[in-house]
Design a protein around this ligand. Structure first.
Ligand code: ZN
Length: 220
């Protein structure tokens, strides 16, 4: 899953207004931010198999550290601890903020669960889980879009704009995310070079988090 992960970021920002939407964008994609470099380093494994699913050619046969449920819990706990003890020194409700950041990291596994083929382990090896929505491109596209719209709705209800543009900017941003997903799934050729894939994925994750930062500034 790609942009669908940001549904959790919007929803959690709506839940806890003292968090940064930009950091929630990073947190919800955190295990993927690790996954691609881990593949490059040979720690985890991604095989390209033409037509593996309707959406992409990714056969992820070994990635317990980033996409095992236990691994995800570890990274979520790390975010929780970092937010509790390092990042939010005197801030109000820091326990709550730390918890929300941890949940954001953990949300990735459950969102991936919807679309992945059964390749998500609990710890490592079998049993592996995944509902396999990636077998159908259109269903995947509309599911991610619907999740985003739901997350956005909650975010809009729970925050309000402080500038004129703040009224529409989050909506425009979500439409932009859906458009990017459309390009990614239907227009751009599939990128089966791990170096190029890593560079473009990391670039996208950090660019979108940067945009989220500016969107978030327009609303309180
Ligand atoms: Zn993932």
């Amino acid at each position: 899953m790609f942009v669908g992960h940001y549904a959790a970021a919007f929803a959690l920002k709506g839940k806890q207004k003292n968090t940064s939407l930009a950091m929630l964008f990073i947190a919800t994609q955190f295990v993927d931010i690790l996954f691609f470099p881990f593949v490059l380093l040979g720690i985890e494994n991604l095989k390209f198999e033409k037509g593996f699913t309707a959406v992409n050619d990714f056969n992820m046969d070994f990635y317990p550290f980033t996409h095992g449920l236990l691994g995800s819990l570890f990274w979520a706990a790390l975010f929780y601890v970092l937010y509790l003890f390092v990042f939010s020194k005197k801030k109000m409700q820091k326990k709550n903020v730390a918890l929300v950041m941890g949940l954001a990291v953990l949300s990735h596994w459950f969102a991936d669960l919807i679309v992945h083929t059964p390749d998500l382990p609990l710890i490592n090896g079998k049993p592996k889980f995944g509902f396999g929505l990636w077998k159908n491109k259109a269903v995947t596209f509309f599911t991610e879009a619907a999740l985003l719209v739901l997350g956005l709705q909650y975010y809009l209800r729970r925050t309000r704009s402080i500038t004129k543009s703040g009224k529409y900017i989050a909506i425009v941003f979500v439409l932009f995310l859906i458009a990017i997903n459309y390009l990614n799934m239907y227009v751009l050729p599939s990128d089966n070079n791990i170096v190029a894939l890593t560079v473009s994925a990391l670039f996208a994750y950090f660019l979108l988090a940067t945009i989220a930062y500016f969107v978030d500034k327009k609303r309180i």
